[in-house]
Design a protein around this ligand. Structure first.
Ligand SMILES: NC(=O)NCCC[C@H](N)C(=O)O
Length: 417
């Protein structure tokens, strides 16, 4: 199989200034992660814990991902790959030390083994360390010469001394740009927490990003990028559910208000279950004043608008119907919902398969999974161009094109929108 992605990315340059103030402004630069060795770690015994619903065929997942990257590149989008960004960052000795520190969980491994692992990882070159940080390491892969320990003797050879990170694929969740600042997510699930450390290192030490200010601290209350929608410049919606907590939404609101990045943040409660783990599993924007939305959510979603109060306080209003609160905050008459008109069973099937999880490349141009035939047909009937990609293997982690992409630069929308 050819790795087309390298030809798409080339060296990571710094010609495009980072900044994102909407969901639909023409996409200029995006961070993806081409799935690799970390997916080969998934087994029927660990897939639930690692947040995958089945065991992906890795080669096919890579092909699907390469095709996704090609669609973006074909539309003039610069595609950055997380492995490249992280690898370049890790060539800085301080990043290397931080990567080692993040990988060693002394509480779980005990002092003996933690010391042995630390010593082993410290001696790795940047590329090998990067692979280990992403794909993990089993007990049997840690050279025996690195010392004995009770923990090591009592573990199975195939257990992980460093856990793999198969959900790196979903770059949307681990970081998000808000205006010209990057928010490093504080990921909620144990299987994803170390992603926070890797993204923190990548942005802190890669020459292209190290000057970027932070919109949110990596170790603050849980907020995941899949829950954050930039409805319009200055207006954010933040899903509160299985991942992002109410404390996280409040904390993000305080942070973006303090930095002048937003005037309104809508906290949107979503059902706490796997099908709706993030707000972007039920609703994504396809135009400056239009969304595609899971039909059941349309009339049930509510919002608690937060605005800056007096003397650094937060003013919290609502709850009010989400569509009304969003339109008011965005200063438009109505936030249109593309009517997918689906029967409840088809709607539920296609929501599960990320039919509502589209990635806008520009107003009215979105990438979606080809399998969501009915949703895509309705979008096209509404005048939306749907660039359909295969996702049978990629989708086994329960994420679609929006989940698999972190926009780094979008052009601002024209004032007429
Ligand atoms: N924004 C998203 O909905 N991302 C999909 C994340 C899927 C991943 N397997 C997870 O459970 O976190």
């Amino acid at each position: 199989m050819t790795n087309t992605v390298n030809t798409i990315t080339g060296p990571v340059t710094d010609t495009i200034t980072p900044g994102v103030d909407s969901e639909v402004g023409p996409l200029r630069s995006v961070l993806l992660h081409r799935p690799g060795g970390e997916l080969t770690r998934l087994t029927p015994r660990n897939n639930d814990q690692l947040l995958f619903d089945s065991i992906p065929w890795v080669g096919r997942a890579q092909e699907e991902h390469d095709a996704f990257a090609e669609v973006l590149a074909g539309r003039g989008v610069e595609v950055l790959l997380l492995a490249d960004v992280l690898g370049e960052a890790l060539s800085d000795p301080r990043a290397h030390a931080a990567g080692v520190h993040a990988a060693v969980d002394e509480r779980r491994l005990g002092t003996e083994l933690a010391d042995a692992l630390r010593s082993h990882l410290s001696g790795l070159d940047a590329d090998t360390l990067r692979e280990t940080l992403m794909s993990g390491m089993t007990f049997e892969e840690l050279p025996a010469s690195e010392g004995a320990s009770l923990v090591r003797r009592m573990h199975h050879a195939h257990d992980f001394v460093v856990d793999p990170l198969p959900n790196l694929l979903f770059t949307r969740d681990s970081s998000a740009w808000i205006g010209d600042r990057v928010a490093i997510s504080s990921l909620a699930m144990p299987a994803r927490r170390r992603e926070t450390e890797l993204l923190d290192i990548a942005y802190a030490y890669h020459p292209r990003f190290r000057a970027a200010s932070r919109a949110y601290g990596a170790h603050s209350a849980p907020v995941e990028g899949g829950d954050v929608l930039l409805l319009a410049p200055g207006v954010l919606a933040v899903g509160v559910g299985e991942r992002t907590t109410a404390a996280g939404a409040e904390s993000l609101a305080r942070s973006v208000f303090a930095d002048g990045l937003a005037h309104t943040v809508l906290a949107v409660p979503i059902a706490q279950n796997r099908a709706t783990m993030h707000l972007d599993t039920v609703c994504t924007m396809i135009g400056p004043d239009a969304v595609v939305m899971y039909p059941l959510a349309r009339d049930s979603l509510v919002a608690y608008p937060m605005r800056p109060g007096d003397d650094g306080t937060l003013r919290v209003d609502g709850p009010s119907p989400f569509l009304d609160a969003a339109a008011e905050a965005m200063g438009i008459d109505r936030l249109h919902v593309i009517d997918t008109g689906l029967d409840p069973v088809t709607a539920e099937r296609e929501q599960w398969d990320d039919g509502n999880n589209t990635l806008a490349l520009a107003p009215d141009v979105v990438v979606g999974y080809e399998r969501n035939v009915e949703t895509n047909a309705r979008l096209e009937e509404a005048g939306i161009e749907v660039l359909a990609i295969a996702g049978s293997e990629l989708g086994s982690g329960r994420g679609g094109p929006r989940c698999m992409s972190c926009p780094i630069a979008r052009d601002p929308l024209p004032a007429t929108h």
